[in-house]
Design a protein around this ligand. Structure first.
Ligand code: AMP
Length: 196
């Protein structure tokens, strides 16, 4: 099984690349942001709870996110593997994910981190805001807050995977296809390691 954590700040291109990767490698996509937006759209209690945090760019509490991911993994019985997108975002979440996946006997294969300069991220998110309708893409203040939260709470997650020798950085600036090619190169290397 191939289990990839696709990591990077908001606006790095994780969603775009995940769509291409799930088609190529037949993986199940778990995007916690998408799952929360689905709950929000359906007006569930979980959605209402998450909205309070999402609108201003704060993280939803760990136990809520971890419970949701746990349910999603358990209900997926036919996966070749998973792409985790936007999760884990705290070291607590990374530890919980390790426990879940190690418990299934299918550990995380690797983290791929998309690196994009902060000025470029801001530009991309403001552009996306014009078409996405996402409340959290609508103002520079909210975007700055998400980047600040990323720096303080999420960057330590990359250290967690570095310590396990599972971290690879990929330059997230360039054409979608070029970046996709580089990510595939990393994944193909992981598959060779898995099979040897
Ligand atoms: P995203 O679509 O990944 O940018 O996520 C949108 C928002 O959903 C984030 O700004 C958070 O409020 C919330 N969210 C998504 N994933 C997580 C996570 N792993 N932990 C906490 N909050 C999350």
């Amino acid at each position: 099984m191939l289990n990839i954590v696709l990591f990077g700040p908001p606006g790095a291109g994780k969603g775009t690349q995940s769509e291409k990767l799930i088609n190529k490698y037949k993986l199940t996509h778990i995007s916690t942001g998408d799952l929360f937006r689905k709950h929000l759209g359906e007006g569930t209690e979980l959605g209402k709870l998450a909205q309070k945090y999402m609108d201003d760019g704060y993280l939803v509490p760990d136990e809520v996110v971890i419970g949701m991911v746990d349910d999603k993994i358990k209900e997926t019985t036919d996966a070749n593997g998973f792409i985790f997108d936007g999760f884990p975002r705290t070291v607590n979440q990374a530890e919980a994910l390790d426990k879940l996946m190690n418990g299934k006997g299918t550990p995380i294969s690797g983290m791929i981190a998309l690196e994009v300069p902060f000025d470029e991220l801001k530009k991309r998110l403001l552009e996306r805001g014009k078409i996405s309708g996402r409340a959290d893409d609508q103002s520079e203040e909210k975007i700055n807050n998400r980047i600040k939260v990323y720096q303080s709470e999420t960057i330590p997650v990359s250290e967690f995977y570095k310590k396990q020798g599972k971290f690879t950085a990929v330059n997230g600036v360039g054409s979608i296809d070029d970046i996709f090619g580089k990510i595939c190169g990393v994944i193909d290397g992981l598959q060779v390691q898995n099979n040897s």
